[in-house]
Design a protein around this ligand. Structure first.
Ligand SMILES: O=P(O)(O)OC[C@H]1O[C@](O)(CO)[C@@H](O)[C@@H]1O
Ligand SMILES: [Fe+2]
Length: 189
C-alpha cells in the first residue's frame, strides 16, 4: 500500500493565502449574467475588478478524500448587490461541505433544488455546515476582504449550471445603509 504524505500548512490569516496552493482568480468578467443590474455591471466592467481569489489544495477526485481551499472575496457592489462567489451545487449532489470564517464580514446563501433559500451571516470563527443537496454562495457584506476556509469531499465536483441560469431565489443587497436579504425579482421556479 502506498500512503499519501500528511499535510500541515499555515494559512496566512491576514491575506488568506495558503502557501503552495493552486490559485484561481475570478474577475467581474467571469461573472457575466450573474448580477441583476446590467448597467451597473457594464460600467464596472471597464475596470474588470477581481471579485475573488481561491487558494486550493486539491486531491484526485476519489471518494473518501478531502480538498480544502481559502477564498478571498473582495468588498464591492454591482448596483445594490454585494460581490459574491458564483455559487454551485455539487456534481455529486449528496456531498456536504464545511466553511470556516477567518476574516471580514459576510454570509452564505444556501438553496435547495426546489428553491428554498437560507441566509447564514458569517464572521471570523463562524462554522457553516452545508448539508448534502444545498447549493451555496458566499457574499461579502463588509468593506474589507471576506476570507474563509472551505473543506469539501474530493469527489464533490462543481455544478454551476442551474445557478448560472436561474440564480438564487434571494439576493443580498444594501439599502439605506443596511444589509438586506430579499426576494430575487428575476427568480423563476
Ligand atoms: O466555486 P465557486 O462557487 O466559484 O466558489 C468558490 C469557493 O467554493 C469552493 O468551490 C468550495 O465550495 C472553493 O473552492 C471556494 O471556496
Ligand atoms: Fe462546494
Amino acid at each position: 500500500m502506498e500512503y499519501k504524505k500528511p499535510i500541515g500548512i499555515n494559512i496566512d490569516l491576514e491575506t488568506g493565502v495558503i502557501p503552495g496552493a493552486k490559485k484561481l482568480v475570478r474577475r467581474l468578467s467571469d461573472l457575466k449574467g450573474y448580477f441583476l443590474d446590467e448597467d451597473a455591471y457594464n460600467e464596472l466592467l471597464k475596470d474588470d475588478p477581481v471579485v475573488y481569489e481561491v487558494y486550493a489544495v486539491e486531491q484526485e477526485e476519489k471518494e473518501g478524500d478531502l480538498n480544502f481551499a481559502t477564498t478571498v472575496l473582495y468588498p464591492g457592489k454591482v448596483g445594490k448587490e454585494f460581490f459574491f462567489t458564483k455559487g454551485h451545487f455539487h456534481s455529486k449532489a449528496d456531498r456536504a461541505e464545511i466553511y470556516y470564517g477567518i476574516k471580514g464580514k459576510g454570509g452564505m446563501l444556501l438553496q435547495t433544488p426546489e428553491g428554498e433559500a437560507e441566509w447564514i451571516p458569517m464572521g471570523p470563527g463562524t462554522v457553516v455546515y452545508v448539508p448534502p443537496y444545498w447549493a451555496h454562495r458566499t457574499v461579502n457584506t463588509g468593506d474589507e476582504p471576506f476570507i474563509f476556509l472551505a473543506v469539501y469531499p474530493a469527489d464533490a465536483g462543481h455544478d454551476y449550471g442551474s445557478i448560472k441560469d436561474k440564480g438564487f431565489s434571494k439576493i443580498v443587497i444594501e439599502e439605506n445603509g443596511e444589509v438586506k436579504v430579499v426576494d430575487n425579482p428575476r427568480w423563476k421556479e
